[in-house]
Design a binder for this molecule. Sequence first.
Ligand code: MN
Length: 730
Amino acid sequence: MQNPLARFVPQLAGEYPKSFLKLFDQVSIPSGMDSEEIKQNLWKAYEYGDRHHEGQKRKSGKPYFEHCIAVAEILASWNMDPTMIIGGLLHDTIEDTNASHTDLVENFGEDVAILVEGVTKLGDIEFSTREEQQAGNFMKMLLSVAKDLRVIIIKFADRLHNMRTIEYMPRIKQHRIAMETRDVYSPLAHRLGMAKVKWQLDDLIFKTLNPMAYKEIDSKLKSTTKERERYIKKVTTALNDELVKYDIEANVYGRPKSHHSIYNKMSKQEKSFEDIYDKEAIRIIVEKMEDCYLALGVIHQNYNPVQERFKDFIATPKTNAYQSIHTTVIGPEKKLVEIQIRTEEMEATAEIGVAAHWKYKERKGKDSKGMDSHVGWLRDLLDILQSEESDPREFMHLLKIDLFSDEIFVFTPKGALVQLPVSATPIDFAFKVHTEVGMKCLGAKVNQKVVPLNTMLKNGDLVEIITGKNQNPNYGWLKFVVTSKARNKIHRFLKEANREASLKLGEEILIKTLRRLKKLDLQKEIESSFQKFGFQTKEQLMEVIGNGTMTVRKILEKITPDSEPDFDLEEETPSRFSFGTKATKGVQLQGIKDVMVSFGKCCNPIPGDEMLGFITRGRGLTVHRFSCTSLPLLNEQKDRLVPVDWDVEKTDLFNVRLKITGQDRKGILKDLTESISSQNINIKSVDMRGKDSVATAHFIVQVNNIRQLDRIIRKIKKVKGVDRIERAER
Ligand code: MN
């Protein structure tokens, strides 16, 4: 500064430093406050800080006070009030200069002094090697936070700037700070609803801890910028035009997703960069809440929405007060576009969370429910702290993950944090991680130990899911899963599986019964009579026959009402067809013979198969093959599993279902049938379909035991064109 006067009374000399004016420009003046007065106060703090930090340098070689200005600017960008911004300018004065608490009170008042002291108390937090001390520091942090939440907001601004300038730190320190930010600040930002802060931090953490991956995504993003911008422009322009037509005032813009979130998607969904479609999202900011729904209507009218991706967080806000409508539509050029719709106020809450409540305090009046709930949480935590002689490490744990009592956080083997409701089980976890993982979940390890699938997960558990190719969801799971995603997926799967099974069984029962009655000629007529029974398709009719709600006898009575009811029809029941013919005599339970036995519909065991019995309440013993995937995995049910032995005559016959796939060549069915019957094996049913030159045949054959079955299989394999033979489950 050339003019020495300018330093102390720049307003007289008419020259404030540029960096001051830049900061002041960003400060929003609360209504009813005098802009000039605020400028004077701000300048006083600026000058004070500049003077006290004089001569101090950051690692980058730049004057230390530039960091303080940057922190104040971040706070201004969050629309914090002048007191907070002054607090930001001075946040390091007590810690790093000779300024004292009393000094600050005298010059800037009690409020500013409390803020600066609060930030100072948080101190510089050391990581990992001094865990206990770190936890201790966090206690201080929380204590001061509970006194004044503004302190933590300044701390976040401080941390954000430190992360932005982390490249000047020695590599080892970078790593430590980034990990600490990842483990403490990022989850805390999430809890406080500071989404924008969180994603900025996450991106910087990612850049620091995984620079290679970051660079790769960065260069790919850069090389596709033009194309993405063109597309976003096309969409925003179109949307804008539509909204104008309906008189909805809106600000429509494209918002790039962070490197971190793209990377996350890529690794979570195992996709390549090119396969991630929503690298950008569209955001629509409207004035009133009603406009959100109006805008949504307009969008869905123009573009087809993707059903399962629609989320209304306005009707049901997230626990951290986040509100917005999310929808994904099939946009122009048939590309998927994610759109978020919200009001300005929701936008502020979504971006800076609790901090937004200072901005809207005047306007909103008493309506500060969102913030109260956060403060409530902090106070609870404080209570725990004060009431118990808590181990600092314990507390650290609590702070890291036990932030809301209705949610828990567990870790994937790779260390990613997964948020789940209380009482969640490994199955919930599996579905949360990925639907496919849930569908194929076979077992789980928690903290390296194999556990039953109904184990309740606890905060901090390390959860690993073991999957099996042939595993599928079963009814048992529904008893303990708690997340709706898991529940829905399991339900959907079981329903479909049931339907298919009933359908096949129905077809089988029909043919078998008609054959017995020598009325096979009626088959076509019955199959096409579904409308008479109130069904829309033949399949629906077969289904009800299969699941036992409709009998072939009833159908026949209706189709041929005049024929005598002469048939002494012992109605075929599903079990007679699909399981061993010796259903009740075939096995022995530890020497006891007279037990009610049924065979697992799923795996259809035959003599020679290793088996396990499962005691079902009220239905006796169900026998499964040892390898059957629907055998219960739950520990609590383990004592209901009993070893069983076969107890059969050599001549007893058992039905086995074989699935044969091969080329759909002429004569293959004849060859298959001949190959089987040449061994004196009864074929009970044949079903063959060809599609895309692949033939799939289902045979039900009758055998005495597994050795005989193996022989047939070997023989069938020699038939020309056969690729694969499986012992089919139903
Ligand atoms: Mn600082």
